[in-house]
Design a protein around this ligand. Structure first.
Ligand code: TYD
Ligand code: MG
Length: 480
């Protein structure tokens, strides 16, 4: 017989499951590969709780006519950081939940402390739950940032009930939880930081945000593969997912919206990490091109597009004789596979062989240019480095290179070239089909990479190679 004090209904039933740390799906048995998302070695054993009582269905929301929905309560509130506002489409929406992900040390805590202090200074009640750092550490950071901290409340707690109590106590308008992985619910059997904990705590906080119209920001760590640690469900339950990126050794930080329920996701925010915090960078191209040395072989500027924002980035290449059986190929800020492909295209379609040479290519200044629009610039930088012929400093290149050596048009060429023109570039190497270039800029229209190399006189003295031109008779290139 049961002891009278034993209230069976409240004892959670415990069972162990194997849960995927990538997608959060559970399976009863361990296996090397997750059957739901196909990821390898991601299943971890954890205690799963089956709740005896299903959470009550909220009766607060009644059906209304679409015409009667008031958009005014959705007006974003500026965070005081122009670049953060740009990514969020104006600021934080009341009652929304935002997840900010990024590698450790990238500056998430700094970014949010700056935003909170600016909000607090404008009379918004803010609560910072610092679950990773002590209050003293936060205070030290605040001093470094020159933040006064009036109206900004701090609580150094990791347990979810204590966080809830702090919310009851402070009655904030905005709450930041730094980080969601360190908050845990003691009612759950699984260990803090486990997938079940992260998911449950996030669910609780999302529910709290919706019930109280509490603007919530959760900080999340990313795994070494660059995805947000914890299950994907975390991304599904929040309204906005921001990703804070950058090279640890560079001051530049990029903020993007991966998911945004209140606006477009294409915007890019740029910050510079300085000794006194993150400073918005409204004119990034200047930052990337600031220390450029003109007249050096292997340097070509591309007008890349980050979201809706054109960025002029210098691509540098260095080609050196190799003593290795397997010469080195190194790409920084660019896609390795793409660079290998372009090396092969240069060899087969242009006649410029890089066999037996170590090749280093990089996007300068900590920028990452993953889009194919950089193909032409990367190829021209490689050709220029190989032959030791520098391009004039005011040339910008924009185009995708196909396996046949053809140069193809990329999206939004006009916008890219307008930005290049603004920064003083006077010659644009573009595909033949590209739209008109801005006034004051000269276009070098090319059908193929070989033609671009020839027109820019990058490979004087190499044997002409016959290119088959689909639209006309064969053209001899590499001859002037
Ligand atoms: P932090 O915000 O703690 O990163 P995260 O929360 O993403 O782990 O910032 C960490 C780094 O930023 C740290 O190496 C110190 C540096 N930093 C500055 O360079 N300037 C500053 O003003 C501050 C506050 C930090
Ligand atoms: Mg931090």
């Amino acid at each position: 017989m049961l002891h009278p004090l034993c209230t069976v209904a409240h004892v959670p039933k415990l069972r162990t499951v194997h849960r995927c740390t990538e997608c959060g799906s559970a399976s009863p048995r361990w296996s090397g590969r997750c059957s739901a998302c196909g990821a390898w070695n991601t299943l971890v054993e954890e205690v799963d709780e089956v709740r005896a009582v299903a959470p009550p269905v909220s009766a607060a929301d009644r059906p209304v006519s679409l015409a009667a929905v008031d958009l005014r309560e959705w007006a974003p509130v500026s965070t005081g950081l122009s670049e953060l506002d740009r990514v969020l489409g104006g600021g934080l929406v009341r009652g929304s939940v935002t997840l900010v992900g990024g590698e450790p040390g990238i500056g998430k805590s700094t970014l949010l402390l700056q935003a909170l202090s600016s909000l607090a200074a404008r009379g918004v009640r803010c609560l910072l739950v610092t679950a990773e750092e002590s209050k003293q550490q936060v205070k030290l950071r605040a001093d470094r940032l020159g933040v006064q901290g009036e109206g900004l409340w701090l609580v150094a707690e990791t347990s979810l009930p204590a966080v809830m109590a702090a919310v009851d106590d402070v009655q904030p308008d905005v709450i930041v939880v730094d980080s969601i992985q360190t908050v845990f619910d003691p009612d759950l059997g699984s260990a803090p930081g486990s997938v079940a904990q992260v998911r449950e705590c996030a669910h609780h906080l999302v529910r709290l945000a919706k019930e109280r119209d509490l603007t919530t920001v959760l900080v999340g760590h990313v795994t070494k593969e660059g995805t947000l640690a914890g299950p994907r469900v975390l991304e599904h339950v929040v309204d906005t997912v921001l990703s804070f990126e950058g090279e640890r050794h560079h001051a530049l930080r990029l903020l993007r919206a991966v998911k945004h329920r209140f606006g477009p996701t294409g915007e890019l925010g740029l910050f510079e990490m300085t000794d006194d915090g993150l400073r918005p960078v409204p004119d990034p191209s200047g930052l990337f091109l600031g220390d450029r040395r003109a007249g050096v072989p292997g340097s070509v500027v591309v007008s890349a597009l980050e979201g809706h924002r054109p960025l002029l980035v210098e691509i540098q290449a260095l080609v050196a004789p190799s003593g290795l059986a397997m010469p080195r190929r190194s790409a920084q800020g660019l896609d390795n596979g793409r660079v290998s492909l372009l090396i092969a295209v240069l060899d087969r379609r242009v006649g410029l062989s890089l066999a037996g040479a170590d090749v280093f290519v990089s996007a300068v200044g900590g920028a990452r240019v993953a889009e194919p629009a950089a193909d032409l610039a990367v190829s021209l930088a490689l050709a220029s480095a190989l032959t030791g012929t520098a391009l004039p400093a005011n040339v910008v290149a924009c185009g995708e290179v196909g396996l046949g050596g053809e140069v193809r048009q990329v999206g939004q060429t006009a916008r890219r070239l307008a930005e290049a023109g603004r920064l003083g570039f006077r010659t644009a190497v573009v595909p033949a089909s590209a739209p008109d270039v801005p006034a004051g800029m000269e276009a070098i229209r090319v059908r193929s990479l070989a033609e671009a190399v020839a027109r820019l006189d990058l490979a004087p003295g190499i044997a002409p190679r016959i290119e088959v031109n689909e639209h006309g008779p064969p053209v001899a290139i590499n001859t002037k």
